[in-house]
Ligand binder design. Structure first.
Ligand code: PMP
Length: 379
């Protein structure tokens, strides 16, 4: 049986996107690659909602590479307020610590988000120059109110950095309007390309003050290469993942054709259908309803790991839970990339069966029925 991947990354891509990356001997200075790189850099600005005052970067790597590289925007001696709603928010702690950067941390329990009142109080009571938040926390499926946090943060800090690894391309980022300094992502998540590229969009004015703690993870060293790629010229600093960028190029072309808003709306519909379907089947969603993200649904169950195992046998691969406070107590459905209505319905049908086989009390068929209704009503 052909397996369907509804993991949280690498996410669901399409054969077309994968095949776009398979090319005959494309080098890092080949015209095909240079066209794809320029188009992808411009596409990156588009999905981030950036304007001319921002600079796009595509580096060999992953989300963590983007996290570590964007950290070079944080000056030594400055202080960061880190908001974390789970495992990936927490990942900034060792990264900032490794670079000797000072921070205070506000964390939320799994399924919740740090509250606006706590953020405001902390910012008013402390002397912070930077704020870091994760738009969609992949370990719990919680979406942070990026607009609300940015509005408060703009009054107090000079730099707002957003982890958009699980959101860019499926959630509204609007970084220019919100005054966000930089956003990061990776090719294999919400955008739905294969893994291999780290993505960053940063304000050009913030690039004037780089903390040069590293060679590779130093945005300053990547400015000239990216300027050259934007002009359609070879900008080699380190070999780019050529095939991934050819795929990414096709993703951005799809997004331009569909329109970003329409693509985000599709993910929102799918998310609502899956979340309401899970509840109608008698299972519980980890995230509070007003925090449901467009890309990740975390489902509570004492049989979570067994459900993931049985689902794999039924043809769909989901992700187990990774939050240390809830290990084995939940699993995650990824609805990133190229997932469509019928994948969502299949996912619910597989989960209902796998959950029932695992001894979970579920209402067989009710989740699928509810999702079908949501998808029909919103289409
Ligand atoms: N941030 C978030 C929100 C993520 O979901 C992930 C990956 N799951 C990362 C950062 C790290 O990305 P990578 O695994 O590509 O290094």
């Amino acid at each position: 049986m052909q397996k369907k991947l509804m993991h949280v990354g690498p996410s669901f891509t399409s054969y077309r996107i994968q095949m776009a990356g398979v090319s005959e001997n494309t080098g890092f200075a080949s015209p095909d690659f240079l066209d794809a790189m320029k188009y992808s850099l411009e596409g990156l600005l588009y999905v981030a909602g950036a304007d001319d005052s921002y600079m796009p970067f595509i580096l060999p790597g992953s989300g963590t590479v983007a996290m570590e590289t964007v950290t070079s925007l944080i000056p030594r001696g400055s202080k960061t307020l880190l908001l974390t709603n789970g495992v990936f928010g927490d990942r900034w702690i060792p990264i900032l610590t490794a670079h000797g950067l000072q921070m205070d941390v506000l964390s939320a329990d799994p399924g919740h988000a740090v509250s606006m009142a706590d953020i405001e109080e902390k910012l008013e009571g402390g002397d912070y120059q930077n704020l870091i938040m994760t738009h969609v926390e992949t370990s719990t499926g919680v979406r942070m109110d990026i607009e609300g946090v940015s509005k408060i943060a703009r009054k107090h800090v000079e730099r707002i950095i957003v982890d958009g690894v699980a959101s860019l391309g499926a959630e509204r980022e609007d970084i220019a309007r919100l005054g966000i300094t930089a956003i990061i992502s990776a090719s294999q998540k919400a955008l739905g390309a294969p893994p291999g590229a780290a993505l960053i969009v940063a304000s050009r004015s913030a690039l004037e003050d780089i903390n040069e703690f590293s060679y590779f993870f130093n945005l300053k060293n990547w400015i000239t290469p990216m300027e050259r790629y934007l002009e359609g010229k070879n900008g080699y600093l380190s070999t780019e993942p050529v095939g991934v960028i050819l795929s990414l190029n096709r993703v951005f072309s799809d997004i331009r054709t569909t329109g970003l808003e329409a693509r985000i709306d599709d993910h929102r519909r799918l998310s609502l259908a899956l979340n309401e379907g899970i509840e109608a089947a008698g299972l519980k969603v980890l995230a509070e309803r007003d925090l449901w993200s467009n890309t990740v649904t975390a489902v509570l169950s004492d049989h979570a790991d067994e459900i993931v195992r049985r689902s794999m046998d039924l043809g769909i691969e989901f992700a187990t839970g990774v939050h240390p406070k809830l290990l084995g107590k939940y699993f995650r459905i990824g609805h990133m990339g190229y997932v469509n209505d019928f994948d969502a319905l299949s996912a619910l049908s597989v989960i209902e069966r796998a959950a029932a086989q695992s001894g979970e009390k579920v209402r067989i068929g009710e989740g699928v029925r509810r999702a079908q209704q949501v998808l029909y009503d919103l289409s």
